[in-house]
Write a protein that binds this ligand. Sequence first.
Ligand SMILES: Nc1ncnc2c1ncn2[C@@H]1O[C@H](COP(=O)(O)OP(=O)(O)OP(=O)(O)O)[C@@H](O)[C@H]1O
Length: 274
Amino acid sequence: MSILNICDLSAGYHHSSRTSTTDVQNVINNISFSAEEGSIVGILGENGCGKTTLIKAIANLIPHSGCCELDNLQLEHMPHKKLAQLCGYIPQKSGISIDISLLDVVMMGFNPELKLLQPPTEAMKEKAYKVLAMVGLDSRINDNFQTLSEGQKQLALLARTFVAKRKLLLLDEPESALDFRLRYQIMNLLCSYVERNHAVSLVTLHDSSLALNYCNTLLVLSESKLIGEVYPDKTPIEEMEMLLSKVYGTISIRELRNRQGKRQLVMMKEDDMH
Ligand SMILES: Nc1ncnc2c1ncn2[C@@H]1O[C@H](COP(=O)(O)OP(=O)(O)OP(=O)(O)O)[C@@H](O)[C@H]1O
């Protein structure tokens, strides 16, 4: 069942004045797609093609036209708190510059559920401990967030997103600072999150292995437009190669099996034809 419907979405940034929407310069144009409950949708594309902009527009953070519908609710007209209860968002950079404990960062994930000054419940704290253990940071729980490495900060933000039940997770390069093992670990956590919560995740990725082996759908963006969709389980390899070569130059994709016999798609760079 389709839970997320994006229709004719164009979005951009204020050009010169911050007071009107008439001078918005669009950097993504007429993007439409839908996503099923329990699925992970990857967004691929060259640097600057508009992946972050697409995520920010759906999160209602920047001016846009078109419609974003989640579970039959229009996200555009939703009060901020209600939107935060439905959508979790991890930006590329944490934006947290104050001294705050790791536990408190993760507890922020419950803010949309709490009234002003209402303290979190014991059950919420227990959930935070559990999720921090899942990302391997339970021994750092009282440490200052600022003293964590970039990868550990990224894990903390993921933990903040995973503590609460959101129908839509918008993740902007959540793997960029993570090592090889952790990249796979967080994608596995994401898969079980969307399945368990009947949610959907939209995730921008530069790691082709994660994209091809974990995402149900890949949106391929180029020069501000959606140029095609790939379904790694269904789309013929030649079709995937043709589409992704438009973004990355000539690439090839091989289908291999790991030692457990699990299918893995591997993308390789080929010499570009001139
Ligand atoms: N705050 C902003 N104000 C004006 N233009 C912006 C702003 N943020 C991004 N842009 C422009 O929008 C275009 C798309 O940027 P965006 O960050 O969405 O790309 P991206 O695909 O996420 O890139 P990357 O892979 O490098 O993260 C770029 O040309 C960029 O210069």
